[in-house]
Design a protein around this ligand. Sequence first.
Ligand code: ATP
Ligand code: MG
Length: 338
Amino acid sequence: MPVIEAIDLAKTYVSNKKQPGIWGGIKALFSRQKTYVEAVKGITLSVEQGELVGFLGPNGAGKTTTLKMLTGILYPTSGQARVLGFRPFDRNPNMLRQISLVMGNKNQLWWDLPAWDSFVVLRELYDVDEKAFKERVDYLVEALQITDKINQQVRKLSLGERMKCELVAALLHAPKVVFLDEPTIGLDLVSQKRIRDFLLDLNRREGSTVILTSHYMQDVEEVCDRVVVIDHGALIFDGTLDSLTAAYSDSKRLRLTFENGVPAEELAFFGEIVESEEGCVVLAIPSARTAAITGEILQRFPVSDVAIEAVSVEEVVRNLFSGSAVTNVPRETLPPPV
Ligand SMILES: Nc1ncnc2c1ncn2[C@@H]1O[C@H](COP(=O)(O)OP(=O)(O)OP(=O)(O)O)[C@@H](O)[C@H]1O
Ligand SMILES: [Mg+2]
């Protein structure tokens, strides 16, 4: 049985229309004009126990709204959802005890107390026994490397330390399903990495199901086997990262640096220019012709540096969102020498 199941899940936010200014506010009190935002337009999805799933999508795509519906914070406008067999919006205590939602931009720890004090309160709340609690905190705190931070007032912690304490708090009750909404937002690279490694370790140890949203592609690349791409409230891709990039595998990127000026016009003969900055150009070329094209370019132009790269996940996703087709250059022959 899937751990998470959503069928045609949709959410439309309804709010009262308000014109700007005080008058607008007063008029809104009497008018019945409403505005509707279709944040999620019917998402169907099924996740098995132990899966690591990344939600990708541009700002406003509906990722947070989806997570909120799956955790029972928001009531859907239509459609169905089941998490561990429960309807999330019933907020059944037996479901709540087995899930967790971590939001990178919200805190649940008491600001003026050391994190440890909050952990103790949560222990009571979830009714975790003393010994299990001690072991759990030890594991989490060590894995996240914050052993020496949990006795410090939360307000005095750095953003990264605080986020790690939030994670400990959210995972004290050993939830089966963990929803994380941008858990690494604003953190430095070292902390981001620590959190990624931690999530992988947690999944390996406990078989927890992890649903993660992030704007940092590396989070999704390293942690998730499966990606769900959401755009304008709709699911536009669901599959492995590999299958997402496979569509682009017959194309390579040739990164060329020039000392004086880029011969952009001539380069366009060889492939599609996908990036162009001062002195540097990235060309999309067919994989099968990488050697021939690279050789030809090196012979003809004063190239100071060259690198051949695979299409990055970032680029794939960018293309998906912009609705442009897979960049494939079906050029069979090299242009004649200039
Ligand atoms: N409480 C609300 N009332 C009205 N509209 C809302 C509300 N919350 C979100 N929205 C709108 O719903 C849409 C989806 O928002 P959501 O927060 O789910 O996007 P997101 O994919 O999480 O974006 P981000 O990557 O920026 O976090 C947006 O257009 C947003 O403006
Ligand atoms: Mg969001």
